[in-house]
Design a protein around this ligand. Structure first.
Ligand code: HBI
Ligand code: FE
Length: 259
């Protein structure tokens, strides 16, 4: 697929300089509009861990400087941001996660993509993914996911593992005593799906089950019809701790489940 970023400047690990000075005033204004739209929704629909983490980030004034956020992140959970031109190959992506570096795309969507964008841009990656890296349990899980990704490549099981990421890190829901709340980055950064995933009766909301998630296919260009719900990040960490090798071997011969 033809990707939007400028990959020519990237290093071997696909990292680039963020070049914060190059962002136009209009881009900072668009980022602020996206932030303000979501900031109205997250108190009602996002999980408490995300809301608490966002409070630690001053991301409402425009496109953030990755190096400043990395300094705070390092102190909190040992993570940092690595600037990338956009989607990067799986092995580069997993290697960064396995070293507690989260890839954040440097470019921002166009104004006409305010409501929907196919590829992750800096708003999706930063607003959707970075705040939860301040949560120690979530941060540990994502670190394990990165190491698991490198192993999945060796076992030819990346497609199965990507489904786990999709149904948790990107589109995961959590049970709270106030009801269902979102923690997935794709939900948190979405103008419409954030309320839909919590309130709409149409989609299925299944209790998280590792093997079902690894087997269930997903669509990337519409609201999800199936969500997986965890009790806590501790449960996610616990349920994904075992060696996946025997699970991959068993599931490889079973039919994929339609969402
Ligand atoms: N690259 N920058 C970036 N961000 C992602 O979320 C990402 C990626 N490359 C691969 C990838 N995700 C997924 O294919 C893996 O989770 C399987
Ligand atoms: Fe994402």
């Amino acid at each position: 697929m033809s990707l939007r970023g400028s990959y020519g400047l990237a290093a071997a690990d696909f990292s680039v300089a963020q070049d914060w000075g190059a962002y136009a005033a209009e881009e900072h204004a668009l980022f602020r509009r996206l932030f303000e739209r979501q900031a109205k929704l997250v108190p009602r629909y996002a999980c408490a861990e995300w809301i608490e983490a966002l409070a630690r980030l001053d991301a409402g004034s425009g496109i953030p400087r990755f190096d400043r956020v990395s300094a705070k992140l390092r102190a909190a959970t040992g993570w940092e941001i690595v600037a990338v031109p956009g989607l990067i190959p799986d092995d580069a992506f997993f290697t960064h996660l396995a070293n507690r570096r989260f890839p954040v795309t440097v470019w921002l969507r166009q104004p006409e993509e305010f409501d929907y964008i196919v590829e992750p841009d800096v708003f999706h990656d930063f607003f959707g993914h970075v705040p939860l890296l301040f949560d120690p349990v979530y941060a540990d899980h994502l670190h394990e996911y990165g190491k698991g990704g490198l192993k999945a490549m060796r076992l030819d099981a990346v497609k199965m593992l990507a489904r786990l990421y999709w149904y948790t890190i990107e589109f995961g829901l959590m049970k709270t005593h106030d009801g269902i709340r979102a923690y997935g980055a794709g939900l948190i950064s979405s103008g419409g799906e954030l309320a839909y995933c919590v309130t709409d009766p149409a989609p299925k909301r299944l209790d998280f089950d590792l093997e079902t998630a690894l087997r269930t296919d997903y669509q990337i260009d519409r609201y999800q019809t199936t969500y997986f719900v965890i009790d806590s990040f501790a449960q996610l960490m616990r349920d994904t701790a075992p060696d996946f090798t025997p699970v991959y071997d068993r599931l490889r011969n079973l039919p994929v489940l339609a969402p």
